[in-house]
Write a protein that binds this ligand. Sequence first.
Ligand code: SF4
Length: 349
Amino acid sequence: MDAFLPPYEPRQVLDPADPVSIGAMVGPEAFEEVRYLAHLRQLDALERIPSLAEAFAEAVGRPSGGLLHAYRTADAETIVVALGSVLGTIKDAVDARREAGERIGVVGITAFRPFPVMRAGRSLGCPARRGRREGLQHRLRRCAFDRRRDGDPRGPGSLRTVIAGLGGRPITRRSLEVMLVAAGQDQLPPLTFLDLDHAIVERERGRMTRTRRSGPSAENILATSDRRVADWLRSPYDDTSGALLYQVGSFAAGNRLLDDDQRSVQADPNRSNSLDSGHRACQGCGEALGARYALDAAMRATHGQLVAVNATGCLEVFSTPYPETSWRIPWLHSSSATRRPLPLGWRLR
Ligand code: SF4
C-alpha cells in the first residue's frame, strides 16, 4: 500500500482532546486560485487514474476503482449507464434480460469527479470529435444526429434518462427489468421516474388546486397512502389517537413528560453536546436533529473519542458558516464526491 500513499507525515491532526473544525472554505482573497488548483488536479487525475488502477489491481490481485467498467457491452444494443451501489442490481437485471435473449449491457461509472467523459463516450461507441469538448449527454445526442445524417446501418440510437432511488427508495430488480424491457422495445419515454406513483401525485395536485394551498405535500401523501410508511408518522406514545407529529422519528415532543425509561437521550441533562446551539439550520430542521441523535449515540459508543467527517450539504453549511463553527468535536469537511474515500484515508495515531 505504501507505493500508493505518501509518507505518513500528517500536517493537521484531529484530536478529541483538542477539537478543531477543518473545512474547504476560504475567503475571496484565495478562493478562485484554490478552486482552479482543484480543477487542475482533477484533470491530472483523469490522466493518471487508469494506469494507477491497473498497477493497484496488479499489486492486490483484484480490480478496484478506475474510471469506469463495462459489463456485457460487446454486442449490446441497449446499454445502461449508471454509478453507485445500484450497479449490482442493474447487473442482475441485465443478466436476467440476457437470458431472455435481449442484448443489454452496462457501463458503470466508477469515478464521478473527474467525470470520464471521453472514456464513457468511447465505451458507448461515440468517440470524441477532434478539438471538441462536450459533456456526455451532448456527445451522445450529437452522435445520434451524425448517425442519422450519415445513414449509419446501426441506426441513430436514442438516449433515455431514468431517475430512481430518490430519498433512498429501493431500486428493485423487478422495476429495473420492466424498465429494460421498455427500453429494448424503444418504448421508454425520454425521461422516466422509476416507480413513481402517478395516482398519488395527481391526487395531491388536485388537492392543492382545490384548496389553493401548497402543502404539506409529504404529510398528505403519507397520511393518505396505503404504503408502508404511514405508520412511521405516528407517535409511539399516541397511537390511540393516531396524531401525526411533524418530526418523523423524533421522540423529542413531550420528552420530559415521559417515564425515565421511555425518554430519549435528548432529555438527558448529561448528554454530550457535539453540535452546539447557534448554528444556522432552519427552525425544526430534521437533519440537525438527526445529526445530534447520531452524534449522541456515537459519542456514547466511543466514550467521547469521536471525530466527524461531513460531506457538502446543509449540515456542513449551517454548522460552519465561515469562519465560525458549531462543532465541539474534531470535524473535517470535504466535497460530496469524496465523502466515502475521505474517512478511509484516516489513520489513528
Ligand atoms: S436540511 Fe437544510 S434546508 Fe432542510 S430544514 Fe435543515 S437546514 Fe433547512
